[in-house]
Design a protein around this ligand. Structure first.
Ligand code: AMP
Length: 398
């Protein structure tokens, strides 16, 4: 078990906290501040306990020097001031004497935010990836700025970067923050210790992105519902005609292998909402076999009813990936119906593994109707694959 705030004394200490402030920005304005809000419990706890708080986060990707102007964390510092009602010291650097002396002069309960950690990926116009490739000098340097490291950035927990694994490996004490602790608790309940029947719903464009999840969940779930573009590779494996639908030819035999191994556990759609091209206009509903000129862009109404009937008795549901091209108004019905069906389950543990499905649920106003909506798409996907998350593994054990 990893250390948490229960196992660490933070009062008077300089605490480096890796948070996830990777917010969407439009013309320098934050369009969704959920990630900033999600970090508040940890920040508030630390300031109340009298720690000197130093926050680190990445913001988007930095591929060239010119990206830096648009991807500064300065707007996040402002947002944080607004949410907390107190001053945040923003240091527009990721290293150097100005940063070091600003940290030294922090008083108990004060908060400092350093500039976007991914600025370290470009030095003097050259791609060096010191942050994203976990450069050992950088991890050591950042670790030298504090006494304790707290990882509260779930969204990057599946990456070994200097600002998580690098710092954690070079500092005397480390623990998980509240957000990461809660994510792990929920994912563990849903995926590792599910109450049965456990139904997983997997969708999205590609089989190749979700193979690991199917593989891991075949052992744990009672039923795996597969929708979205990836379903057509499975149909192909059953020798159905799939028209112009998405298909990963090199994954057809693997899909067949899974279908054989699953022994009826894998549930596929029984009809499709199709169009002649990849466009948002009135659908044609077909059965499992599609004519040559159509492509499946969503599950059809009979599949919706079938999936609902399977979900009805589930005690645990884990959902990752849309049932169709939900960005198209005419092809979002499957995703919406599944989302609503899960949201309306009573007395079940319901989990969304981030990404598009989480966005859909929040957009529909179902945010509070799920037991847990993960804040980290990639990280929760890797957890669902049964992989260890390096950002968590690097934290000290109790
Ligand atoms: P993923 O990132 O793997 O969860 O995939 C999400 C994407 O899959 C979304 O952008 C959907 O538009 C796309 N998608 C879902 N179903 C289909 C489909 N039947 N055909 C093409 N794209 C699809």
């Amino acid at each position: 078990m990893k250390k948490t705030f229960n196992n660490i004394q933070v009062s008077g200490k300089t605490v480096l906290v890796r948070v996830d402030f990777n917010v969407p920005l439009k013309d320098g304005v934050i369009t969704d501040d959920n990630r900033v809000r999600a970090a508040l419990p940890t920040i508030n706890y630390l300031t109340e306990k009298g720690a000197k708080v130093v926050l680190l986060s990445h913001l988007s990707r930095i591929k060239e020097e010119a990206d830096k102007a648009k991807k500064s964390l300065a707007p996040v510092a402002k947002k944080l001031e607004e949410l907390l009602g107190k001053t945040i010291k923003f240091v527009p650097q990721t290293r150097g004497v100005e940063l070091e002396s600003a940290i030294k002069s922090l008083n108990a309960g004060e908060i400092l935010l350093i500039e976007n950690t991914r600025f370290e990926d470009i030095q003097n116009g050259e791609v060096v990836k010191y942050e994203s490739k976990n450069d050992s000098q950088l991890g050591k340097y950042w670790a030298s700025l504090g006494n304790i490291f707290v990882n509260d950035a779930f969204g990057t927990a599946h990456r070994a970067h200097a600002s998580n694994v690098g710092i954690a490996s070079n500092i005397a004490e480390s623990c998980l923050g509240f957000l990461v602790e809660k994510e792990l608790e929920m994912l563990s309940k849903g995926i590792d210790k599910p109450e049965h029947p456990f139904v997983a719903i997997i969708g999205g464009a590609k089989v190749s992105d979700k193979i690991g999840v199917i593989d891991n969940l075949l052992e744990k779930a009672d039923k795996i519902i597969i929708g979205g573009g990836m379903a057509y590779t499975f149909f192909k494996a059953q020798n159905h005609s799939i028209g112009k639908s998405l298909c990963e030819e090199d994954k057809v035999s693997l899909a067949k292998e899974y279908l054989d191994k699953a022994n009826g556990k894998i549930i596929l759609p029984i009809d499709s909402a199709c169009n002649t091209d990849f466009k948002d206009s009135n659908p044609t509903i077909t059965g499992i076999d599609l004519p040559d000129d159509l492509m499946g862009l969503d599950i059809g109404p009979k599949s919706i009813e079938l999936f609902k009937s399977i979900l009805k008795d589930a005690k645990t549901v884990a959902w990752n990936g849309p049932m169709g091209v939900f960005e198209f108004e005419h092809y979002n019905k499957g995703t919406l119906a599944v989302c609503e069906a899960i949201a309306n389950l009573k007395n079940s543990f319901t989990l969304i593994g981030g990404g598009d499905s989480a966005a859909a649920a929040i957009q529909l106003g179902f945010k509070d109707k799920f037991t847990h909506i993960s804040t980290g798409g990639g990280a929760s996907l890797e957890y669902m694959e049964g992989k260890k998350l390096p950002g968590v593994e690097a934290i000290q054990n109790k």
